[in-house]
Write a protein that binds this ligand. Structure first.
Ligand SMILES: C[S@@+](CC[C@H](N)C(=O)[O-])C[C@H]1O[C@@H](n2cnc3c(N)ncnc32)[C@H](O)[C@@H]1O
Length: 254
């Protein structure tokens, strides 16, 4: 299996395969920025990937500067190509060793990344270093207790895989409170990721997420055929938007 950080194929498929309708991305950016302790916050995104949240926060929430850190060079190449913005800087680094000075940011975002971290407590400690006093970390994830995305209807094997990969709510909160954060809010929020099931089928056919690497080719093809059949029965005049729900935890440094 290719290491996630070196996966050029995944990096190329990630942006088109995870882009959202503009209204969804705006709604997410607004919610994430609502936890910032000040207007126009300095933002650090850990595991920025192809940078869609970095650009959205700079563009619509006046976040400045925005630094997107990721260990994957191929992901950051895609970020610079698809989500360039004058106020956004993409930097190679990791959650456990962020290449910036202490007390540089008001808001840190970890979107769909906590399940990738080899050492979550080290990440939490590092964020206490790089955030300013009063700074907030927003964790956007799926806690293990709520694996309810549509993807599991077509690839049920992935539920068992993700039960192993995704941490539970209490585990994540405990790692960050032990490091010195206080829980501000835990909530969840859903937005359409594609406007129709046909579009969802099209994007899934590119295997745009790392979870698909846990399936055999036969398992992947079987699920994709079932999804294609359902998408073919979608009425063109009344498409079925596909929502995805994410959990959100906001924790602050006193
Ligand atoms: C699923 S992508 C999320 C990208 C983006 N945040 C989003 O929500 O679309 C996960 C990202 O985490 C990165 N990642 C993996 N291990 C990491 C680590 N130790 N520190 C920081 N980022 C990491 C991966 O390279 C990948 O780009």
């Amino acid at each position: 299996m290719t290491r996630l950080h070196d996966d050029v194929r995944l990096a190329g498929a990630y942006q088109p395969g995870n882009a959202m309708p503009e209204s969804s991305l705006r709604a997410w950016a607004e919610l994430i920025a609502s936890f910032a302790p000040c207007p126009a916050p300095a933002v650090l995104e850990i595991g920025a990937g192809t940078g869609m949240f970095c650009a959205a926060l700079a563009r619509w929430q006046r976040a400045s500067p925005v630094v997107g850190v990721d260990p994957s060079v191929p992901m950051l190449e895609q970020a610079r190509r698809h989500n360039a913005h004058p106020g956004v800087h993409y930097v190679v680094g990791s959650a456990e060793a962020v290449p910036t000075r202490a007390e540089s940011f008001d808001l840190a975002l970890l979107s769909r990344v906590v399940h990738h971290l080899p050492d979550r407590p080290a990440c939490a400690r590092e964020l206490t270093r790089v955030l300013r006093p009063g700074g907030v970390v927003v964790i956007r994830t799926t806690f293990r207790e709520r694996l309810d995305a549509l993807v599991y209807d077509y690839w049920p094997q992935l539920r068992a895989v993700d039960e192993q990969r995704f941490p539970g709510r209490q585990e994540v909160l405990a790692d960050f409170t032990r490091a010195g954060f206080t829980v501000r809010e835990v909530t969840s929020f859903a937005q359409p990721v594609t406007p129709a099931l046909r579009a969802y089928h099209e994007r899934m056919s590119t295997r745009p997420q790392s979870k698909f690497s846990y399936l055999t080719t036969a398992e992947f093809e079987t699920g994709l055929r079932r999804l294609a059949r359902d998408a073919a029965s979608e009425p063109a005049s009344a498409p079925w938007p596909v929502p995805e729900r994410y959990d959100l935890a906001a924790l602050a440094l006193d």
